[in-house]
Design a protein around this ligand. Structure first.
Ligand code: MRU
Length: 361
C-alpha cells in the first residue's frame, strides 16, 4: 500500500489502495462527514469521479489509474489478448467521466502504454503489472506535491497574506496538495502567514475543503465568499495568490476552477503576483493554447441551489461551466516539482519538461 502523505493526522486520506481494492473518501460529504467508500466496479469509479466524490486533477488521475485496475479484475483469468482489448475499452470509458483535468487521460494512457510494452501474454501477470504502475503513479503524486511545496514555500514571507481559490489541497491530491503544498511547508518551518480561501461557488470546494483542511493543520485561514476577493485585495491584505490547475497548455494558458480567471484579473489590477502550482502530470504539451482546452459544463441544479436547498426560480436558464481558462499573461510563474518556471512559458515549460505529447485514450 502506498502511503498517502497527509499534512496532518486529523485529515482523512483522499484515497487508498488496500487488499486489491480502491477506497475513495466521499468529498461531497465533507466537512461534516468523513466516509470512505470501497469501489466495486468501473461504473462506480466513473460515477464517483463524475459526482466529485473524488475531485482535483491529481487525485482524479490516481483514482482513474486504480479505477482501471478495478475494471480489469474480471479479466485476470482470460487471455492476454482479451485483457489488452478490454484495457483499451475501459480506459476510454473511465476517461469519459470528466474532460478538463488532463491528469485523468495522462494516467490512463500511461497504464495503457505500460501494458502495451509488456512482453507477457499472461493476463494475471498483466494485471499485477498494471497495479504496480498505478502504485508508481500514486507514489509519484505524493513526491510531486512535496517538490512543489519545497520550491513554493520561499514565496510565503512572514506576515504574508495568501489568497487561494477552490481546493488544490491535500484533498485534491494524494500528497500535501499543489497550491497548499507551499503553505504546509511554510507553516512547518514556522513562518507566520494568513490564507484567504474563496468559498468557490457553485460547489463550495473552498469552504468545504480548503478551509477544512487548512484549519485541521492549524494554519491561519479566513473564509471569504468569491465576491469579497476584490475588496480584500484592495484593502492590502493579499500579497500573493496561489492556485492549482487542471490543465496547462503549451503556451502557459491554464484551466482551473471557474472563478480563477476573475481572481487573476483582480490580482493583475492590484499588482499582486499570481502563481500556479502545477505538477508535471498537469502539463499538456499537445494542446498549444488555452483555446483548445475542453471545459466541462455541469448540471443546472448546482447553480439553482445547493444540495436539497433551491435558491432560484423554477425554469430559469443557467450556465454552469466548471472551469475557466486564464491567459498566461496573467501568470507570474508556475510552481513545479522542478522549481518555479517564469515567462516566456512556452519556451521555459518545454525546456524544463520536454517530453513527447502522449496520445489520449
Ligand atoms: O471540480 P474540481 O473540484 O475537481 O476542481 C478542482 C480544481 O479546479 C483544482 O483547483 C485543480 O484540480 C487543481 S487540484 C491540485
Amino acid at each position: 500500500m502506498i502511503a498517502t502523505s497527509s499534512p496532518t493526522p486529523t485529515l482523512p486520506a483522499t484515497l487508498e489502495w488496500r487488499d486489491d481494492s480502491l477506497h475513495l473518501l466521499d468529498q461531497t460529504r465533507l466537512p461534516l462527514h468523513s466516509v470512505s467508500e470501497r469501489q466495486g466496479s468501473a461504473e462506480q469509479v466513473w460515477a464517483s469521479i463524475r459526482a466529485l466524490k473524488v475531485r482535483g486533477a491529481p487525485a482524479i488521475g490516481v483514482a482513474g489509474a486504480y479505477g482501471l485496475c478495478v475494471a480489469m479484475q474480471g479479466s485476470r483469468s482470460g487471455t492476454g489478448a482479451a485483457f489488452r482489448a478490454r484495457l483499451l475499452e475501459q480506459a476510454a470509458y473511465l476517461n469519459s467521466a470528466r474532460p478538463t483535468a488532463v491528469n485523468l487521460s495522462w494516467a490512463l494512457q500511461r497504464l495503457v502504454d505500460h501494458v502495451a510494452r509488456s512482453a507477457t501474454s499472461d493476463a494475471s501477470e498483466l494485471y499485477l503489472d498494471l497495479v504496480r504502475e498505478a502504485e508508481r503513479i500514486h507514489a509519484e503524486d505524493v513526491a510531486l506535491c512535496d517538490g512543489i511545496g519545497t520550491h513554493g514555500a520561499p514565496l510565503i514571507h512572514p506576515g504574508c497574506g495568501v489568497l487561494t481559490h477552490c481546493n488544490a489541497g491535500a484533498l485534491a491530491t494524494t500528497g500535501i496538495g499543489t497550491a497548499t503544498a507551499p503553505m504546509y511547508k511554510a507553516h512547518a518551518a514556522g513562518t507566520p502567514f494568513r490564507v484567504f480561501a474563496d468559498e468557490t461557488r457553485p460547489l463550495l470546494q473552498g469552504a468545504r475543503l480548503t478551509a477544512f483542511e487548512l484549519q485541521c493543520a492549524g494554519i491561519d485561514v479566513t473564509l471569504i465568499t468569491d465576491n469579497m476577493a476584490a475588496t480584500i485585495m484592495q484593502s492590502g491584505h493579499v500579497d500573493l495568490v496561489i492556485v492549482g490547475t487542471d490543465r496547462v497548455a503549451a503556451n502557459g494558458d491554464f484551466a482551473n476552477k471557474i472563478g480563477t480567471l476573475g481572481v487573476a484579473i483582480l490580482a493583475k489590477h492590484f499588482g499582486i503576483p499570481l502563481y500556479v502550482a502545477c505538477p508535471s502530470s498537469t502539463l499538456d504539451f499537445a494542446t498549444p493554447t488555452g483555446a483548445g482546452i475542453v471545459i466541462e459544463e455541469r448540471e443546472a441544479d448546482e447553480v439553482t441551489g445547493f444540495g436539497t436547498y433551491r435558491s432560484a426560480p423554477h425554469f430559469i436558464a443557467t450556465r454552469n461551466p466548471a472551469f475557466d481558462v486564464t491567459p498566461h499573461a496573467l501568470v507570474s510563474g508556475f510552481i513545479t516539482e522542478r522549481g518555479i518556471i517564469s515567462a516566456p512559458f512556452a519556451d521555459n515549460l518545454s525546456a524544463a519538461f520536454q517530453r513527447s505529447a502522449p496520445s489520449r485514450p
